[in-house]
Design a protein around this ligand. Sequence first.
Ligand code: ATP
Ligand code: MG
Length: 400
Amino acid sequence: MTVDDADEGDERLVLVRYGELAIKGKNRSEFEKALARNIVSAAAAISPVEVERLRGRMVVHPKRRAERVARRLVDVFGIASLSVARRCSNDVDSIAELAERELTRALDEHTGPTPIPFRVRTRRSDKRHPLTSTEIDKLIADRVLPARADRLRVDLDHAELVLGIEVRERDAFVFAGRERGLGGLPVGTLGKAVCLLSGGIDSPVAAWMAMKRGCDVVFASFHSAPYIGEGSRRKIVQLVKRLGRWQPRSRVASIPFTAIQEAIRDSCPEGYRTVLYRRSMQRLATELAGREGAGCLVTGESLGQVASQTMENLTCIGAAAKLPVLRPLICFDKQETIDIARRLGTFEISNLPEPDCCTVFLPARPVIRGVLSRCLDAEARIPLTELEANAFEHMEVTDV
Ligand code: ATP
Ligand code: MG
């Protein structure tokens, strides 16, 4: 039997602390509701949970498997840190009893060297409690230490194991240790964004960063059938599923792009092809944003990474969007993006050898310093409005 299985009928809870949320003034309640919703849905696959909102804290009550729920919640944006905890009344005896139980458990699970540098840290939200935080620290330490002198060594400044106590007006929480969360803001609280998702390494990371700042991301992906096979589309779905760890439900719009690319190939200056493809993508993504109620676009562009991402070309491309374009990776080195992609688990998927639509009809010598007026002249030569309306009409929308 694993530790997690032993948690069935768990009276343990997950104490969730949120950072930035707390400063959102009168929007706070909205943020808290969104966070609670996201917590319930992230935990759902492991256990049904109930969320209790306290001042500055959320208490998550899983039906079972509190440890596993806690590990899952580490990936919910908006959470600064969390602890698996127990609750009791706020007298010293009750606290000491739980402290014993939590410490025993923590030590059972501990595999590193002993004695472990240790301390008790009490936080009082009820300032009328008869004892100060330091007094409680000492009282509890005196109760739990003697029996564990060989395994714990008090070190107030460099404790590795911290027995946390939060004393409140009517009760107290007791926990051994805390996990850091990802921070950020609950997905959905900042509204919707349309992310242009290619099968590359960058755009999934950009989407993740937008989610981290509270965006509910809708994906737009352009494909060039029959030049590019079905594999590319499957790859997009795989990426979106992977990102589901942070945003459980996502809408993916798959937009046919071949006819637009062919028209650009046939009638526009070769060096401008990639910039013109991108401009068309921006317009179509803007259109999608209108339909989905999204307020901005997100791309994986990074300054100077490739020819189409010089300052001049980004200016030409961005000018085609009618909404702000967020480029979370704009000043990242490729390696910095790769490091994040690896942590997210999108890297392996992005690395699958499926070509992106932009590799179709690649120009031999792409323009480096594109000029907007030349883009406009080139676009005037093809029936873009019609082609784009047609692409939009044949867009396929899937909820993943
Ligand atoms: P990525 O790794 O995200 O593909 P990249 O460095 O390869 O980025 P480009 O291929 O030039 O850069 O694309 C720049 C951005 O344009 C991408 O990050 C993405 O946001 C968008 N984009 C490119 N191709 C597509 C596509 N087929 N569908 C949707 N968006 C795309
Ligand atoms: Mg790419």
